[in-house]
Design a protein around this ligand. Structure first.
Ligand SMILES: Cc1cc2nc3c(=O)[nH]c(=O)nc-3n(C[C@H](O)[C@H](O)[C@H](O)COP(=O)(O)OP(=O)(O)OC[C@H]3O[C@@H](n4cnc5c(N)ncnc54)[C@H](O)[C@@H]3O)c2cc1C
Length: 397
């Protein structure tokens, strides 16, 4: 550890990944500062808001180690069956449907669907309670300068933090990545994801249903009781049109897309929209800097991989830092950061290329791709070993 540090690690960005990392490090006694424009020290649990994430088993294991998981758990619902419906023609008769039950691969559930704001709040509350964490909230990182002995970070109010390592958990437009001069591959899909929460009159039975339609997938993901979250991908112009609908017409559009599977639908949050992009940084480290989560990679929401991949970054970086600190090494040294980058490269590349391919496959209505999609789904639904293999592949996160 650098002797000049007032913190061992400075985390820029107090989203879910940034706060989870801070807790994993602080729980073993490392001194951590978290910088975020949001008032994290005043966060209190409230009602679930618009967006949720389907968290897989490895993410849940990492979140349990933070101490925040049990607080968030009552707000999540288990995903026991994944149902894929090819609805290319918008007609019920021509739909091809197949179920992937978790029980078929010996699991009681694939993962837990959790409202993003609840998980972030639970982590922020644990961070408020942790004496090894300094919450520099309602502030931004303005600039930083690394050298051989440490990194000096200037905040938007002019105050300065010293650390051995700066972690960029500051999202897809990461100011730290920009200032580090790390270049990225980027792609815009010309599609938009509309997200919202709904109440419905029929139970979801813990089935997550993904309808594949010409404009993009429309997914219903269970939450506790008769509530679900919606991720509705459409071509950009069409999505802009849907976002302008009044509440009643929007609810009718949801009703039409669900084919009555969930009974009567009522919106329980305002719809939000987000353009679909993919991004992958060329490097995940620079002098005294490590990139994590969307600062390093952005995936389309298809396959629900984004936050899961981010939490694997966090788990890996935390283990690397803790091991270095316990053996008396400088946690921001290039040799330590290189271990993190080397460990993460293959997983990030495979998930990023896989999700990009999947997004193009299910989002295009070109005839050959469309036939491949329908044939593939038919084959998977009829050939049991193929289906099991597809599920095991999806769970290999
Ligand atoms: C529609 C949709 C559905 C999704 N569904 C899933 C899913 O089911 N499962 C899944 O695993 N993933 C899902 N994802 C992906 C997941 O939401 C993201 O991967 C995750 O939220 C990214 O977290 P992050 O901390 O990198 O970024 P953010 O959540 O954007 O956090 C970055 C933080 O950095 C802060 N910041 C920015 N600038 C500064 C600065 N200068 N100084 C300090 N702080 C700064 C911001 O205020 C923010 O709090 C989905 C994404 C979308 C768009």
């Amino acid at each position: 550890m650098s002797k000049s540090s007032s913190h061992d690690v400075i985390v820029s960005g107090g989203g879910t990944p940034g706060l989870a990392l801070a807790l994993l490090l602080a729980n073993v006694g490392l001194r951590v500062a978290v910088i975020d424009p949001a008032p994290l020290s005043r966060f209190r649990l409230g009602a679930p808001e618009g967006r949720t994430s389907a968290l897989m088993q490895s993410s849940i294991a990492a979140l349990k180690m933070t101490g925040a998981w049990e607080m968030a758990l009552p707000y999540g619902a288990s995903l026991e069956v994944l149902r894929i419906v090819d609805d290319s023609f918008g007609r019920k008769k021509q739909q091809i449907e197949t179920d992937f039950p978790a029980a078929d691969i010996g699991l009681s559930f694939f993962g837990i669907n959790m409202p993003n704001n609840i998980l972030r709040t639970a982590l922020a509350i644990r961070a408020q309670e942790n004496k090894a964490i300094s919450l520099c909230d309602s502030l931004r990182l303005a600039q930083f300068s690394p050298d051989d002995t440490g990194v000096s970070v200037t905040l938007s109010d002019g105050s300065i933090l010293q650390g051995a390592l700066l972690v960029a958990a500051d999202g897809r437009a990461s100011p730290v990545r920009e200032q580090s001069g790390i270049v990225c591959w980027e792609h815009e899909y010309e599609q938009t994801a509309i997200t919202c929460l709904i109440n419905h009159s029929s139970p979801h039975q813990n089935v997550s249903t993904e309808f594949h339609r010409p404009g993009g997938p429309f997914t219903l993901v269970p939450l506790p009781g008769n509530t679900s979250s919606v991720v509705w991908v459409e071509k950009k112009n069409d999505a802009d049109g849907y976002m302008k609908l009044n509440r009643q017409s929007f609810e009718q559009a949801l009703q039409d897309r669900t084919n009555g599977r969930l009974g009567r639908i009522i919106l329980s949050s305002d719809p939000q929209s987000c353009p679909l992009i993919a991004l992958r940084a060329k490097n995940y480290i620079s002098q005294r800097v490590a990139l994590v989560a969307e600062a390093a990679h952005v995936l389309s929401p298809l396959g629900a991989q984004g936050l899961n991949l981010s939490l694997r970054d966090i788990d890996c970086l935390a283990k690397t830092i803790i091991k270095a600190a316990q053996t008396g090494l400088d946690v921001g040294a290039q040799s330590v950061l290189s271990l993190y980058e080397k460990d993460r490269r293959a997983d990030i590349l495979i998930r990023s290329l896989g999700t990009d391919g999947l997004t193009r496959l299910v989002s295009h209505n070109h005839r050959p791709l469309h036939s491949l999609r329908r044939t593939g789904l038919k084959a998977i639904s009829m050939i049991e070993p193929l289906k099991i293999m597809a599920m095991q592949q999806g769970m290999s996160a």
